[in-house]
Design a protein around this ligand. Structure first.
Ligand SMILES: Nc1ncnc2c1ncn2[C@@H]1O[C@H](COP(=O)(O)OP(=O)(O)OP(=O)(O)O)[C@@H](O)[C@H]1O
Length: 708
């Protein structure tokens, strides 16, 4: 990172201002260390007896202590603070004539240091303020037009080993010291070469992003953003912010989960929240969230489209409730020497009345037993015999009554229910009549003739069906807040999976309609939000400044937009990088991809080679033969950490980024799937510095001859 202060002058290593800031950083680090030691040495044992309750309490207290200590770990590679706000003296801190001035409270100004976590000294005075605190918002939002009381904003520059090396001042009030043109540290941070997992952006969150990060828990927030506009970054920082402001409520409500499109992506983002001091957030794919059965099959796109359609919810509901079976015979209950009879019409009425109450299917059998027991008890009472609660308990356990209830309201298992429906054409035809066409019914049959859940080859789309069935039978566990990234790919049935888990409507939805590749993906946010149960009051926000991709590359990829998302405008790249885009007509694809890699590896940062799924293994092998250590995304979970050169199947490129990207044979990426052009748009927008498109076949027409 270049050294700059107040414009573009390099900061001399011996600059007394830098020395003073470094000394303060060392003080803050030492104070954080002491805070952690204090937590770790806090006694947690409440009672040393063997009493189970106390043992449990002790365990909870110890776990809480460990969590708090984890959140106070200082990171070698991340600076403890990254910014400073100067206010006129007395504006922030109360002045006590007995207190001598300090580094944060000088005679001219009150200084607020903004960092990853709160640090205070032994007397409890703040040294560093958590970026999520209310006062820190001005660091991200204050402008000369709206200084929010701030006199001067200072940003710090750090080396890779978190050594403070530079600062840059931005005067916000008219009487603040003037500075030259700033922004170099910000630009340098945004352009820093990429390698390994995603980093946090806490020091450079932009005002439009900050507005979303700090948006309240409700209403639901939906962010449409072009590639590289910071949606994922916003989602992760928003989680950290919400946990800071409403940790207890979120924990009580079931915690926070972030849902990403696949394991490689989740591995890519895994370090961001811990770097922000948040260690307990679950990161899962939607399949992991609803892992009813192991997924062993990739669904055919046509079947996936039908299985993901919300009409399947109706089919499942109809099939489940068709299991109710009004009795044909009179129920006879023997009790001692007497027999009590309930005719089938009365039992059928009871069944119908329960059904109309809108209870979950799973609650039915018990309630029905109770109702029938009551019917019998009333008969006993009418005969003059005195009954009490014991009579009712005894009747509820009566075998004839439970057998009748079981026959009328059979127990249901969600996995077996879906298995039965998708393997029995007649049953499916009954449940889907008037809802699915015969062709659609045919398309969603499970392959083979599986007899048991174990022998069936389930797909991810089947999981959402099982979850829907399970939700008709019982209630799933709910969560305090759910962030869904790449949400444009959710099928309506998957959206319903999420909707029923955030019953308080607390959800953040991030995505880009232009990047929707799922066969059942929505074409617009309003309809997806309706499936998420947020039709009425969700806030829909747009991010359109692209931080990842240089403008030249965005313009090139945006040629596809009129075809794939006619309503969406092209994003604005915040950087121009002349020469960042090269297209190479290859004579031999593998040779030319190899050549492109050789060139890209001469630069800094990561190199991603992206090709159609069917082609990537051959490319990977060829690069290995060249003697390069190339990782293959999808082969191991941490492929992105394993090497600088990474091969990526097009279907796993979503959400990832590399300094240089080489895209091999776009036409084959397009041809590989129904939404191939959308996939190509994703693939072309992964580069931070340079993109080389290598093609032996003609380029897709939309790219070669833009229609606008
Ligand atoms: N305010 C910022 N300061 C520095 N870097 C930023 C900022 N906002 C975004 N970035 C960087 O831009 C890149 C793209 O961000 P991110 O992955 O969050 O975008 P996205 O909108 O989710 O992209 P995609 O649609 O491709 O998944 C990341 O490297 C991120 O760190």
């Amino acid at each position: 990172m270049p050294d700059h202060q107040s414009g573009h002058a390099p900061t001399p290593a011996t600059d007394p201002e830098i020395e003073a800031e470094r000394a303060f950083l060392a003080t803050a680090r030492a104070a954080l260390h002491t805070m952690r030691e204090d937590v770790l040495t806090t006694a947690t044992v409440q009672d040393s007896s063997e009493d189970a309750d106390y043992t449990f309490t002790n365990r909870v207290l110890a776990a809480d202590r460990d969590r708090r200590a984890d959140a106070l770990v200082d990171f070698d590679e991340a600076p403890l603070f990254f910014g400073r706000l100067d206010y006129p003296a007395g504006a922030i801190y109360e002045t006590d004539p007995d207190d001598p001035p300090s580094h944060t409270r000088t005679t001219e100004s009150d200084r607020v240091y903004i960092g990853r976590r709160h640090v205070h000294d032994a007397g409890g005075s703040p040294l560093v303020i958590d970026w999520r605190a209310g006062i820190s918002a001005a660091f991200y939002r204050a402008t000369p037009d709206d200084p929010q009381g701030v006199w001067l904003r200072r940003r710090f520059g750090f080396s890779d080993s978190a050594e403070l090396t530079a600062y840059e001042d931005e005067p916000l009030a008219a009487d603040a010291p003037a500075a030259g043109a700033g922004g170099a540290l910000l630009d340098a941070e945004i352009e820093r070469p990429r390698s390994g997992p995603m980093r946090d952006i806490v020091s450079t969150i932009q005002p439009e992003q900050d507005d979303l990060v700090r948006a309240p828990l409700r209403p639901a927030l939906c962010v449409q953003g072009a590639p590289g506009t910071g949606k994922t970054a916003v989602g992760l920082h928003r989680i950290a912010y919400l946990l800071y402001t409403q940790r207890d409520q979120l924990r009580q409500d079931g915690g926070v989960v972030i849902i990403g499109p696949n394991r490689s992506f989740l591995s890519y983002i895994r370090k961001v929240l811990p770097a922000l001091g948040e260690v307990g957030v679950r990161q899962a794919t939607i399949e992991e969230l609803i892992d009813w059965v192991p997924v062993r099959r990739v669904e055919d796109p046509r079947a996936e489209g039908v299985k993901g359609d919300s009409r399947m919810a109706e089919v499942l509901e109809r099939d489940l409730w068709s299991r109710l079976c009004p009795p044909e015979d009179t129920l006879v209950v023997e009790r001692g020497a007497r027999k009590w009879r309930v005719p089938p019409e009365e039992l059928a009425d009871t069944l119908a009345e329960l059904r109309e109450r809108g209870i979950g299917y799973g609650a039915g059998p018990n309630l029905l037993v109770q109702r029938i027991a009551h019917l019998v008890m009333r008969r006993i009472e009418n005969s003059g015999e005195a009954c009490d609660s014991r009579t009712l308990t005894e009747l509820r356990r009566n075998r004839s009554i439970s057998a009748a209830a079981r026959a009328m309201w059979p127990k249901a298992d969600p996995i077996r229910l879906v298995l039965g429906l998708l393997t029995d054409p007649e049953r499916l035809a009954r449940a889907a009549e008037g809802i699915l066409t015969p062709e659609e019914q045919e398309a969603i049959r499970l392959p083979g003739r599986p007899r048991s859940p174990k022998s069936a080859k389930w797909s991810a789309a089947d999981l959402a069906l099982v979850d829907e069935a399970a939700s008709l039978i019982g209630r799933p566990d709910t969560m305090g807040h759910i962030v869904v990234d790449e949400a444009q790919d959710l099928s309506p049935m998957q959206a319903r999976v999420i909707a029923r888990r955030c019953t308080r409507g607390s959800v953040t939805v991030l995505g880009d309609i232009a990047q929707a590749t799922g066969p059942a993906a929505a074409d617009d946010w309003r309809s997806l939000l309706a499936h998420l149960g947020q039709a009425d009051d969700a806030r829909l926000a747009v991010l359109d400044r692209g931080f990842r991709v240089p403008a030249q590359i965005i313009d090139y990829a945006a040629r596809l937009l009129p075809r794939i998302a006619p309503g969406l405008g092209a994003p604005t790249g915040v950087r121009r990088a002349p020469g960042s885009l090269v297209t190479t007509a290859a004579t031999d694809l593998l040779d030319d991809v190899t050549l492109a890699c050789r060139g890209a590896l001469k630069g800094d940062g990561s190199v991603g080679v992206i090709a159609a799924d069917a082609d990537i293994a051959a490319i990977h092998q060829r690069l290995a033969e060249e003697g390069w250590e190339a990782a293959l995304v999808g082969e191991t979970e941490d492929a992105l950490d394993a090497a600088r050169l990474v091969c990526v199947p097009a279907s796993l490129a979503k959400g990832l980024e590399f300094d240089s990207v080489i895209v091999a044979e776009p036409a084959r990426i397009v041809a590989a799937e129904p939404r191939g052009l959308h996939r190509l748009y994703v693939v072309l927008t992964r580069a931070v510095s340079a993109l080389e498109v290598v093609h032996a076949e003609p380029l897709p027409e939309a790219l070669d001859h833009p229609s606008d």
